[in-house]
Design a protein. Structure first.
Length: 231
């Protein structure tokens, strides 16, 4: 009887296993089920387009944005005016003056004249940072040059320019020459330590700071040929 019961139990156990399926798998079977059938890789979709600068050289990116050619070079800066190179001699005329030009009078100051007195030939010689020595010669560029120098009369009168032996390390001789605002070709304003050269009906050519003065004068530089060899 017990043997019969044992046989029945084995039969029932086999039926239960068959109905529920296997309770465990070998390692090889598990690998086959987890991996599943092989699938061909599809195209990789990027998260978004990269910036143009990351994939295109800057010159080409700029050309693409503007519609121009990638080989086009940026425009070059205009060269400095030759009259400010120290290699040309010039005459200087105040804009608005009629027939008079600037002259450094012998033993005196910078003035406007309508004849040939004094030194009327000038050579702006660059010192760097927009500053210049302004050397003065007699007609044709003869003689040893002297330089413009700001003088303070210390009597309540305005600053003025007179001649002195040239010294590049003297701040009173280092003049700034800048293009005149809205001026024409070769029109410049001249200053020294924020005091601008201008015409005064009472005192002639003087230097004053803008806060104390009427609008500064501008001056036209006229090229008259190569600078004298004696510098």
């Amino acid at each position: 009887m017990s043997r019969w019961l044992a046989g029945v139990g084995l039969v029932l156990t086999g039926v239960a296993v068959t109905a529920c399926g296997p309770t465990s798998l070998s390692d090889g079977d598990a690998t086959k089920i987890e991996a599943g059938p092989a699938v061909e890789p599809g195209p990789v979709i990027a998260a978004g387009p990269e910036p143009v600068s990351a994939v295109v050289p800057p010159a080409k990116a700029q050309a693409r944005a503007s519609g121009g050619s990638a080989a086009a070079a940026p425009p070059s800066k205009p060269s400095a005016d030759p009259v400010l190179s120290g290699k040309r001699r010039i005459t200087i005329v105040r804009v608005g003056a009629f027939e008079s030009g600037l002259a450094l009078l012998d033993g005196g100051r910078l003035a406007e004249v309508d004849d040939n007195q004094g030194r009327q030939v000038f050579v702006p010689t660059p010192l760097g940072s927009g500053e210049f020595l302004i050397k003065a010669y007699y007609g044709g560029g003869t003689g040893t040059p002297i330089c413009w120098q700001v003088r303070n009369p210390n009597n309540g009168q305005p600053l003025f320019v007179r001649g002195a032996a040239c010294r590049a390390d003297d701040p009173a001789q280092r003049f700034v020459i800048a293009a005149a605002p809205a001026g024409g070709p070769r029109e410049y304003v001249i200053s020294n330590r924020w005091a601008y050269l201008r015409d005064s009906a009472r005192s002639g050519l003087i230097l004053e700071e803008l806060g104390d003065a009427a609008p500064f004068s501008s001056f036209r530089f006229n090229d008259t040929g190569p600078a004298p060899r004696q510098q």
